[in-house]
Design a protein around this ligand. Structure first.
Ligand code: SF4
Length: 381
């Protein structure tokens, strides 16, 4: 059974003002205690699998997994190898907050088996970083990147955000130029999205979050594609750009509806053994998560067996996120022509309107539509 492994570390030094991820600054459990629970969860999950697993990717996400000491990360990598067949050449990514790193720690992660670092830089301007509630400065982020290189990481991804309060197009272009000058292998560039329940949502409602106008935000997206493409990055997903061969193999698993096992409070899992898939989520509350694991119970919630209709729908709107698009012939052999027919008809309408491009049996987003991709995806829901 092929599966990817995701390990969620839900604690942060401080909650960023825009963040609605499953993370908190309360840190109910110390990292060694939390890692002991993760190891136990892996044992419980392995015992439940019907057949041995083989894994080609492991991803530490959060939260702030770089709050874990390298030795703890190493124990988790070893456990993933022993229990879920993590291959020796596997992609092992650790999300890292620049405010939590040191040269020694980075060297420790490399020795422990991490071979890809995803640095949450977000901005190269201290004024914007402080506005976002980030715990690091731009100088610390650049120093962390350079220290990661010196520690032997030849595969570094950086996260950047645009459409920030009072951010101009010129400033965003400068941020992209800084990212290119650093020489990251991979760039994830996201527009700020103001999510319900966050401090940013309250500021927006109070008229205290001066976001760029829609046209300005669109120009920032266009500048992202233009500058990164000119610098040799390939846009392979709506918000993701990579040097040749340096795309995220782990994230590709999500977009292709392949299996992944998630560990930790709030982690999501998806097992696709029947072509349709079953998904579930772990209890998001670290205390309840810990109680369940200590009782020897997997803290699964909201299990869902997908229907044929859901599986087809997901295949379209996830597959179209990839700029290479998807292959209708392959989907037909998986799901059958009858199940596919309404979506194929929708794809034909979108092709006629210029939103999709068809080549042979493949369809993909037309270049001008990437910026409004969500409106295209919604047609397949
Ligand atoms: S560091 Fe990341 S996960 Fe933690 S609060 Fe900030 S954005 Fe959220």
């Amino acid at each position: 059974m092929r599966t990817a492994i995701y390990i969620h570390f839900p604690f942060c030094l401080k909650k960023c003002l825009y963040c609605d991820f499953d993370s908190s600054a309360r840190r109910e459990l110390a990292p060694p205690e939390y890692v002991a629970l993760l190891l136990k969860e892996m044992e419980l999950r392995q015992a439940q699998l019907a057949e041995p697993a083989g894994s080609a990717t492991l991803y530490f996400g959060g939260g702030t997994p770089s709050l874990m000491a390298p030795e703890l990360v190493g124990r988790l990598i070893d456990a993933a190898a022993a229990r879920f067949g993590l291959a020796s050449g596997a992609e092992v990514t650790l999300e890292a907050n620049p405010g939590t790193l040191s040269p020694e720690k980075l060297a420790g992660y490399r020795t422990a088996g991490v071979n890809r670092i995803s640095l949450g830089i977000q901005s190269f301007e201290d004024r914007l970083l402080s506005r976002l509630g980030r715990v690091h400065t731009a100088g610390e982020a650049i120093a962390a990147f350079e220290a990661a290189r010196r520690a032997g990481f030849d595969n570094i991804s950086i996260d950047l955000m645009h459409s920030l309060p009072e951010q101009s197009l010129r400033q965003w272009r400068e941020a992209l130029a800084r990212a290119i000058a650093l020489g990251a292998e991979h760039v994830s560039a996201y527009a700020l999205s103001v999510e319900e329940g966050t401090p940013f949502a309250a500021l927006l409602a109070a008229g205290k979050l001066p976001l760029p106008e829609e046209e300005e935000a669109a120009r920032m997206f266009e500048a992202t594609v233009q500058l990164l493409s000119e610098a040799g990055y390939r846009q392979y997903e709506i918000s993701n750009f990579a040097r040749p061969g340096r795309h995220s193999r782990h994230n590709g698993v999500y977009w292709r509806r392949q299996s992944y096992l998630g560990f930790g409070a709030g982690a999501h899992s998806f097992l696709n053994l029947d072509g349709l898939g079953r998904r579930w989520k772990n209890d998001v509350d670290p205390t309840r998560y810990a109680q369940a694991i200590r009782r020897g119970v997997l803290p699964e919630e909201e299990p869902e067996q997908l229907t044929l209709e859901q599986a087809v729908s997901e295949s379209f709107f996830l597959g179209l996120r990839l700029l290479d698009g998807l292959d209708l012939a392959r989907l037909e052999s998986r799901f059958g022509g009858q199940a596919l027919a309404p979506h194929v008809a929708e794809a034909a309408r979108l092709e006629a309107s210029g939103a999709l491009i068809r080549e042979g049996s493949s369809i993909r987003l037309a270049p001008g539509m990437v910026i409004v991709a969500n409106s295209v995806f919604s047609r397949f829901l």
